[in-house]
Structures are given as structure tokens and as C-alpha cells.
Design a protein around this ligand. Sequence first.
Ligand code: SAH
Length: 258
Amino acid sequence: MTGRVTLVGGGPGDPELLTLRAVRALGEADVVLYDRLAPRSELERLAPNALLVDVGKRPGHHAVPQGRIEELMVDHALRGAHVVRLKGGDPYVFGRGSEEVLACRRAGVPVEVVPGVSSAIAVPASAGIPLTHRGLTHLFTVVSGHAPLTDDEHRHLAGLGGTIVVLMGVNTLPQLAAGLLRSGLSATTPVAVVERGFSTDQRTTVAELGDIVIAAGVAGVSSPAVIVVGEVVRLAQDGDADAVATLEQAGTLAGESP
Ligand code: SAH
């Protein structure tokens, strides 16, 4: 009898941010294929009957190629297993979740998707940064910084005037900053780089757009990190000198927009 696949969004790393549905799926799993950024610390407890397979990248090791992950997922399910494919954040935010759903459908394997708490929203929040704030901005855009954006994209992003959230953007931060500055975004726009959200060594680096590349270099920021560009960064409450200094201004802003 054919089994099934449940694609589970594991949230940003803290097991407490798994959904109830995610916990139930893990509890019923025969096989768990998990990523580097998935919440792995409590897997043995949450999936006590499952074969746990690490398919993520670790420093010095190669990740299992995407095609091979899909093969493993489908093969186990065709042999009758309930396979949980556990991913970081939400499966449909830069997670290749839709490719994995298609692979299951092609193989005739029933597949269900459990949404997760995306790092795009939760990691800034963990540093005290809301992506919207009444009177300050009513929109946010989430982009992948895996490859540098085009000049058109920089122009459109700058023109929107909202919060910009970049995932996978540490390596392309210089191009992002230069592109947004060229597109007319003020050099004083605040930027935050939030590294390793929800871990014990989470860190937030805050600087103005004109200085962020140097600040990030000095701090030695590394992946995984979420980058936030926009006035909402001034609302951060996370202990950075810059962020704390701007809290007073946040109070004023909140007061101005009933
Ligand atoms: N599907 C995931 C994103 C996958 S892309 C989600 O919805 O969250 C991987 C990128 O997510 C990383 O390069 C980083 O930018 C971000 N990310 C995921 N978890 C993170 C964490 N705990 N702290 C900081 N950034 C994180």
C-alpha cells in the first residue's frame, strides 16, 4: 500500500514554534527527512518511531542534491511509509516545497503541506522589529538575495517605500546596498542584519544603509541571517546601542498615528 508525504514547515528553529499539526505529523512519521535549518534538537522526542535522515548542508559536508531528496521521499512513501519532509520556516517560502509536492504528484503519492512560521517575519520579530507599523509602513516585500537583484528590481523596491526583507542575502549585501542607494533610497535608511534567529547566539547588527556593508564586515556577519531595510528597524528593542537609541523615536511615531 502506498504511504504518504507530509511537507512540514518547521518554523525558524525553536521547537516551540512548530505548529500543533507539525507536531502531530512528526509523531505519526515513519521517516523524517530534515534540513539544516529545520528544528532538529527535539526530533528524537517528537518523532520517536521514525528513521531520522539528515539531508541538509553542514559546514564541510555536501547537502543531498534536491533530486535525490525527492527520490528518497517518493521511494519511502511508495513502500508504505508516512514520510515527513521537515523544512525550515514555511515550505513555500524559498524552500523548494512546491517542487517536492510536484515530485509526489508525479509519482502518485498523496501529499499534504503543513505551513510553518517563516523566518522572514519571525526572525525580525525576535529582534524586536515589526515589519509593519501603523503610520510608518503598510507593506513589506520579501526577496531572495541568493543572486544579486537587477537594477530594475532595486528601483521598484526603493520606489515602493515599504519594508524590504532579504533572505539568503549575506553574500549579496554589498550589491543590495549599492543598488538601493543608486535607486534613491536614503543613505540614512536603517538596516538590520539578524543572524541565527532563535538560537542562543542570535545577534543583531544595525547600521544605516550607507554604512551597513562596513558594519557587517566589521561584525563578521554570516548566514543564516535575515536582513531588514526600512524605518521599522528603528523600533528594534534588542539591545543594540543604535536600536535602543531609536526607541524614543518609536514612541513618538506610535503617538502620531492613532
Ligand atoms: N523557508 C524558509 C526560508 C528558506 S531560505 C522560511 O520560511 O523561513 C533560507 C534563509 O532563511 C536563510 O538564508 C536565512 O536568510 C533565513 N533563515 C531561516 N532560518 C533562520 C534563522 N533561524 N535565523 C536567521 N535567518 C534564518
